[in-house]
Design a protein. Structure first.
Length: 473
């Protein structure tokens, strides 16, 4: 378990893995808090508009000073549910997930029934432009990450070698389809200038005179949105548990109760979520959270190349050096394209840096041969190419290099303040590692020859990444 953290730990080492875990904490903990905050706002809007609630109740739910009591309540409820055990929380998650899918399908179909093609003119609003579209993609990215939650609970999967890759592919396909179709139908139903940021579909149905659909979707959003908060509280303790098992967090985070549930870790994550959701408005942190997740995915792409390729014998450090330079030039290219193309010099610089990035990716492909075993260069992974069939990412290193470039392009849409905030958070994660993790890690204390990190034999069907049969290469 541990998602991108597990890949980074095996491929890149403790420090990059710990920083990646910090980015995943943004994905699970802070994004869950943001959703709880959004749910609290929707509850107030629903009570005010649909139920005509009394001013006394509305004042209790909106006391001012940035405090959101409804977000506090939903965070507490989901934390208590997770502390009760995975079996109970899984049942609730399954029920609410299906209800949410049906709700999204209903809203999407309703939007297409009321579709007005004139709402797509102009297709790209001039006040936002292409850069505004990309900034929107960054801001909304953390709402699109169910597939990564699948990775983080891989250690608890049944028949993981088959089900894990399949579930990731299905989740990506379903979420992408629903996300895109819902966005198209909403804009087709109501002009982008009139769409409500708090209650998009309900207000759009109301504007079209379909009052019953407005009330149904408003209630549906309030009723089903807590499942996203619940999933965040389920996942974050598993990440903390993986870190504790490696000695990078205190042992309490790795303690399991009789049912195998990290109760203490769930309580810690829940308390933090309650505090963040209750007291911190997240409108200005959306970009920060999404950028952190994109960094984590970039590390995963780097890890994949490290595990699937190896340096030539004549230059044992070639692959790591090329990856470092590829990341540098890719980021410079994207940053220049986003902020420095006001002059021909900027365009020329971006073109040159982009060409160098392509050259480096091509050099990795030509000079760094495929590894004889998965993770051969690290000495800490499994021989997987035997009689069994495993999912294998095609066109390595080009696919992961393209993924890294796309991630950097989205990150570069941030303001320099947002990029600086991400840099400061990274430094904070590095500081925590050197204060605690560097002195207490299992690898440092017990040695890297411990069986947890030893190379498995070809007929060993367990993955050292998860302890299960799951291997994604």
């Amino acid at each position: 378990a541990g998602s991108s953290y597990a890949y980074a730990f095996v491929a890149l080492g403790e420090l990059p893995a710990f920083v990646t875990a910090g980015m995943l904490t943004l994905e699970f903990l802070l994004s869950g808090s943001a959703v709880a905050r959004s749910w609290g706002d929707k509850v107030v809007e629903w009570l005010r508009v649909e139920l005509n609630a009394s001013e006394t109740l509305l004042q209790l739910l909106e006391p001012g000073y940035g405090i959101n009591p409804a977000a506090c309540l939903v965070s507490i409820a989901t934390t208590l549910l997770v502390m009760g055990g995975v079996k109970e929380s899984k049942l609730v998650t399954d029920i609410f997930t299906w209800l949410k899918v049906f709700l999204v399908v209903f809203m999407t179909v309703g939007g297409f029934v009321l579709f007005d093609s004139s709402n797509f003119t102009p297709f790209v609003p001039p006040e936002f432009g292409t850069s505004g579209v990309l900034r929107g993609a960054v801001s909304s990215f953390f709402g699109y990450l169910g597939f990564d939650a699948v990775c983080c609970v891989a250690g608890e999967a049944m028949n993981a070698e088959r089900n894990l890759p399949l579930s990731i592919m299905i989740t990506l396909a379903v979420v992408t389809t629903l996300y895109v179709l819902a966005a198209i139908s909403l804009v087709g139903m109501q002009s982008y200038e009139e769409i409500s940021p708090e209650s998009g579909f309900p207000e759009a149905f109301k504007a079209n005179g379909i009052e019953w659909a407005s009330q149904l979707t408003a209630f549906g959003e309030v009723f089903t949105l807590p499942v996203v908060v619940l999933i965040s509280v389920i996942i974050q303790p598993r990440l903390q548990c993986a870190l504790a098992n490696d000695g990078l967090l205190p042992p309490m985070f790795g303690e399991l109760d009789a049912t195998g549930n990290p109760r203490k870790g769930a309580m810690f994550a829940g308390v933090l979520m309650v505090c963040f959701a209750t007291f911190i408005p997240f409108s200005y942190l959306d970009d920060f959270v999404s950028a952190g997740i994109l960094i984590a995915f970039t590390v995963t792409n780097c890890s994949l190349i490290i595990m699937r390729r190896e340096s030539p014998e004549s230059d044992p450090k070639l692959l790591p050096k090329l990856l470092v330079w590829f990341n540098i030039f890719s980021f410079v290219t994207c940053l220049t394209l986003s902020h420095g193309t006001q002059s021909p010099v900027g365009w020329a610089f971006a073109f040159l840096a982009g060409c160098i990035s392509i050259f480096i990716a091509t050099k990795i492909s030509r000079k760094c041969p495929p590894a004889s075993t998965f993770g051969h260069a690290t000495g800490k992974a499994s021989q997987i190419y035997g009689s069994k069939k495993y999912f294998s990412t095609p066109l390595v290193p080009y696919v992961p290099c393209l993924g890294m470039f796309a991630n950097y392009f989205l990150i570069s849409q941030l303001s320099f303040f947002g990029i600086g905030l991400l840099f400061m958070y990274t430094l904070f994660a590095v500081l925590i590692y050197f204060v605690y993790g560097a002195h207490n890690s299992v690898g440092r204390i017990e040695g890297w020859e411990d069986e947890q990190y030893a190379i498995c034999e070809e007929n060993d069907n367990r993955s050292p990444l998860t302890g299960s049969d799951a291997v994604i290469t």
